[in-house]
Design a protein around this ligand. Structure first.
Ligand code: AMP
Length: 361
């Protein structure tokens, strides 16, 4: 069985690495020859929206999945017409537009910040009046890791935010004064079986995930997050891994966004859970029984952003697992991560402090 993965970044590479023990083979489609996936499987070189490249990938595999959220929906529809393609194209379509995503959350009873579509400066002024300050202006499409966002604190910020982002479809959201950010990663198989990992706590810096701590033990939040996840999975008749990111404010979950793919906040599952998110994604799209999602201890994951730390120093710490994606350094770029797993939360927290001292600011 050969699986085509659109996108050969680190997520694709970790999917392939999880698939080899299951006797799976892989082909990637990516526009960059030296992308992380190319180190572990052959790559079809070409843009994600190029019909000929997509045909070439699809023609060479039994099933197609994607690790990259900005694949054009029309191109993926073409692939799906010739090969089974999971997660469903409709989940990708909705996740590409923050307005459609929040409208769907609303229909499924998943709480969100207040939001309004913004297509003009007049819309923006009306939305600020309706939602109130502070608030966040975001591009509806192609925003990730905090890109394409402006915070509005005073009325004087409105014109500058419009000048910075205006001209493309936008969404204004109320600013959520959150206590923390959590996410839930779960899988649904083509047979309808679902499993969820425990919710995890995420810390971002400049909009980029920096640290994930797993698990968060809060039975009430876990139940709520699993309910929201299940409704989304069922809505899309989903197959694969799906992630929802939430703010926790006043003890309540408020959904920020979803990702129809394996997720950075699930990397800890490679060493910290009975079955990794990558293996469960593959099991899910192949209709195999899903693996146990229970944590095997207490884990923390630290992203390496912009520069790689000293490998020997980190590996000298007990319980640390090191992942280098083989990418060239660039400010703000995710180059690798490490995960520490310990028997208790206190031991994990102590180890995390040591890791953070070595990884640096
Ligand atoms: P996003 O690109 O939507 O994932 O946003 C990146 C980060 O910006 C989030 O993880 C939050 O830390 C912050 N953020 C985004 N939207 C809001 C909001 N409505 N209220 C408060 N913080 C936000």
């Amino acid at each position: 069985m050969r699986i085509g993965i659109i996108g050969a970044g680190q997520l694709g590479r970790m999917l392939a690495l999880a698939g080899y023990p299951l006797a799976l083979q892989f082909r990637f489609l990516d526009s960059t020859a030296d992308s992380p996936g190319a180190q572990v499987a052959p790559i079809v070189l070409g843009p994600f929206d190029d019909a000929a490249s997509l045909r070439k990938l699809a023609g060479d595999v039994d099933l197609v999945t994607y690790e990259f959220e900005n694949v054009p929906v029309a191109a993926l529809h073409e692939v799906a017409a010739t090969r089974p393609c999971f997660p469903p194209v409709d989940a990708l379509r909705v996740s590409q537009d923050r307005l459609l995503e929040k409208e769907l959350f609303g229909r499924l009873g998943i709480p969100t910040p207040p939001f309004r579509a913004v297509d003009s400066l007049a819309d923006l002024r009306a939305a600020v009046a309706a939602i109130g300050l502070p608030c966040v202006l975001k591009t509806r499409r192609l925003g990730y890791d905090g890109r394409g966002q402006r915070y509005l604190r005073r009325h004087a910020d409105v014109a500058a935010a419009w000048d910075a982002l205006g001209g493309v479809p936008l969404i204004l959201e109320g600013f959520v004064s959150f206590d923390r950010e959590v996410s839930i990663v779960g899988a649904r198989s083509t047979r309808g079986e679902t499993r969820a990992y425990p919710i995890v706590a995420n810390t971002h810096r400049e909009g980029i995930l920096r640290v994930t701590v797993a698990p968060v033990r809060d039975a009430r939040l876990q139940r709520a997050a699993e309910g929201h996840l299940q409704r989304l999975l069922d809505h899309f008749d989903y197959a694969g891994v799906l992630t929802i990111e939430f703010f926790v404010a006043g003890g309540r979950l408020v959904a920020n966004e979803m990702a129809p793919r394996v997720h950075n906040s699930g990397h800890w599952t490679i060493e910290g859970a009975a079955t990794s998110q990558f293996e469960n994604h593959l099991r899910a799209i192949l209709g195999l029984p899903l693996g146990d999602t229970r944590p095997v201890g207490h884990a923390a994951m630290v992203n390496f952003i912009g520069t790689m730390p000293d490998r020997s120093q980190l590996l000298a710490l007990p319980g640390v697992h090191y992942h280098d994606y083989g990418k060239s350094p660039r400010p703000g770029r995710k180059l690798g991560h490490c995960t520490v797993v310990a028997a208790t939360a206190a031991a994990r927290d102590a180890a995390l402090r040591k890791v953070l001292r070595r990884v640096g600011p």
